[in-house]
Design a protein around this ligand. Structure first.
Ligand code: G3P
Ligand code: CA
Length: 240
């Protein structure tokens, strides 16, 4: 079973920051997951929430702030004083950390709360400019964004994110279409996913920080997990 560092190595470093990604980049893992929003001046920034309130010393909605506004705040001190000085990274800056790389980068498009018009096109243009088509997976809870990715760039791998699954998930994901399912980990063992495993559609589960959960998911046929503790999970799974 493969391991993705969730928001970078976010159990030990402030999530979605340069330090969390540099740590993830040195680990023996399969990939790294991170989240993308769009600022008021159309810049793609890597951060989880719709606001900067939880993970910075500032406040406000990302959609209402320019990149210059967003860059004024500190995104490390909330986690630990030793990380003070971390700024919000742009998508471009994060992709550059991983150039060149053997890792798969899972970019989650956070357009499920605010639509961020034009975000999909901008993300695809950035990936193309950096020639990173082969090493990315684009995922989203906003399945219209996944549809648009597949329409504009069918060669890019995608995943539809789900907290719960439908009664007939295989029909649904084929109709989108998408390459894979990323699910809240208890959903990965639901009987309704049997048809997905039988069709060999990749299922990846978030967010798995307990070894016992990881073992159960591996037995169920889950292809990969997202974890905040990639180093610990990699050594546990590799030594089984
Ligand atoms: O992409 C998997 C997982 O990150 C989705 O949930 O809330 O951590 O972005 P969240
Ligand atoms: Ca995410």
């Amino acid at each position: 079973m493969d391991i993705f560092a969730h928001r970078g190595a976010s159990g030990s470093f402030p999530e979605n920051t340069v330090s969390s990604f540099k740590e993830a980049a040195r680990l023996p893992i399969f990939g790294v997951e991170f989240d993308v929003h769009m600022s008021s001046d159309g810049e793609l920034v890597v951060i989880h929430d719709e606001t900067i309130d939880r993970t910075s010393n500032g406040m406000g909605f990302i959609k209402d702030m320019t990149l210059e506004d967003l860059k004024q705040f500190d995104y490390g001190g909330w986690f630990s004083p030793e990380f003070r000085g971390e700024t919000i990274p742009t998508l471009s800056e994060v992709l550059d950390i991983f150039q060149p790389t053997e890792l798969i980068l899972n970019i989650e498009l956070k357009s499920d709360v605010f639509p961020y018009n034009g975000m999909v096109e901008k993300v695809l243009a950035m990936i193309s400019k950096k020639q990173m088509e082969e090493c990315v997976i684009l995922s989203s809870f906003d399945h219209s964004a996944i549809q648009l990715v597949k329409k504009l760039a069918p060669q890019i791998e995608t995943a539809a994110l789900f907290m719960e699954v439908l009664v007939h998930p295989l029909d649904y994901i084929r109709s989108l279409p998408t390459n894979a399912l990323h699910v809240f980990f208890p959903t990965a063992v639901r009987p309704s996913l049997k048809e997905i495993y039988e069709a060999e559609v990749p299922v990846r589960a978030f967010t798995v920080n307990e070894p016992e959960q990881a073992k159960t998911l591996k037995q169920a046929g889950v292809q990969a997990i997202f974890t905040d503790f990639p180093e610990k999970m990699a050594s546990l799974l590799n030594n089984q």
